[in-house]
Design a binder for this molecule. Structure first.
Ligand code: ZN
Length: 238
């Protein structure tokens, strides 16, 4: 799956088909055979180079494959062999693909929030007993919060739609945990660059891909949201 997500990350934003043609070396154009495409192992055995022209491949291909394996395993450990696991795996896949496309191109393709919205609806109809009000509130808070940020500051339209769809999937109050985590993780990551910018007194507006952090916050909340809420409730209310 991780291999396939690499193809999606690379081809979807530039409008190429993810089915054909087969993968080839970006440098010499040689079509890659089955032994070149074994996840992680091919990269290690060929020392990250093309077998034919010896150009170095980005280690990111291997990283995406490893990350997919790690996230899938984590989903299984948390959710066990359940239908929720299927939802978790699809959510993780969407998170991986949108994150790397956002890092590369600073966009979130519309089809992903739509996919996430459908996933959320299927999830609730099929597997949860969340009330309509909580689902609705989740969507409104996710969408509304980032819509307001977009008015007063910078926030991409893709992020707004993403959080609206995540809000439907996670519902209320978990969407708040998701937003909170997204800002904490993103804040920690961008803090050094932010401090440098203040020190250098530069007036240049930096556009940061915030999508990955929001997506990671959403996935973490899907897996651990209730535990996080319980932890805070116990801490503050005894
Ligand atoms: Zn090559």
């Amino acid at each position: 799956m991780g291999s396939f997500y690499n193809v999606c990350i690379y081809r979807l934003p530039v409008g190429k088909s993810i089915v054909t043609p087969r993968s080839s070396c970006g440098s010499c154009g040689h079509e890659l055979g089955p032994t070149d495409l074994v996840p992680v192992l091919s990269y290690l055995f060929l020392r990250g180079r093309c077998r034919y022209c010896h150009t170095k491949f980005s280690p990111r291909y291997m990283f995406v494959e490893l990350l997919t394996g790690v996230l899938f395993t984590m989903n299984y450990l948390v959710l066990g062999y359940t239908w929720e696991l299927l939802i978790g795996l699809i959510l993780s896949s969407i998170v991986i693909i949108i994150s790397f496309i956002d890092i590369d191109h600073h966009i979130i393709l519309d089809r992903f929030p739509v996919l996430l919205l459908l996933l959320g609806i299927i999830y609730h109809v099929w597997l949860t007993d969340m009330t309509f009000l909580n689902i609705f509130l989740g969507g409104v808070i996710g969408f509304g919060f980032f819509f307001v940020i977009a008015i007063v500051s910078v926030m991409g339209g893709g992020d707004i739609k993403l959080m609206g769809a995540l809000g439907i999937l996670l519902g209320f109050p978990n969407i708040i945990v998701s937003i909170y985590l997204g800002f904490i993780i993103g804040g920690i990551y961008f803090m050094p660059a932010f401090i440098r910018k203040i020190r250098s007194k530069s007036k240049v507006k930096v556009e940061v891909p915030f999508g990955p952090f929001l997506a990671i916050g959403g996935l973490t909340t899907f897996l651990f949201g209730n535990e996080i809420i319980n932890f805070y409730t116990n801490m503050f209310m005894g």
